[in-house]
Design a protein. Sequence first.
Length: 201
Amino acid sequence: MKRPAIPPFHVLYTWRTAASCPRGGAVVRSKFSNVTGPEEEEEEELSSARLSDSKTSTALVVRWFCPISVPRRRLRLDMDDEPAQRQRLKAALHYTTGLICQSIGADCERDFSRQAVAAIAETAFRQCDTFAKDLEAFAKHAKRSSVSVEDVKLLARRSTALSAHIQRKSEELASANQEQKEKRKKNTEKRKNQDPGNEDD
């Protein structure tokens, strides 16, 4: 069975845990892509309202899928109203869980009940909350103000599949960074060799 297409103006919500910034703000990433246009995606960072000091927050990542002709809109999160924000995040996660279940159900020719979707969403939300607290504790124990990749690896150690996925992504990022460093080094050496001032008198 064909997987249902994503309609225009459709919004997908995902999650990331972000430690509060030194200036007291949180970073929210909004990634835009077009259904009918090019595959390129644009990413920008928006600053939300102030957060409590030394507190880890769950920031919302939003992907807007819309035609090119539609003006892009920006999302603003009011992080001061924590209970209301928590409910909005739970609603967004529930909505996304429903979309994932619908997609998987279409592939497997099975239906997910509303109760099952709600249970999966609630489990995922509580797990994200636990992850955020654990990552904050790891960083605080190491006397750091930010969460590192090693913290995430340590957190995922109990899940073989998740740990392998994170390790693979970490290696890909490290390899890409190394390639960029080598490329910059070669370009620097090339410019030095082309500089007339470096020639012997």
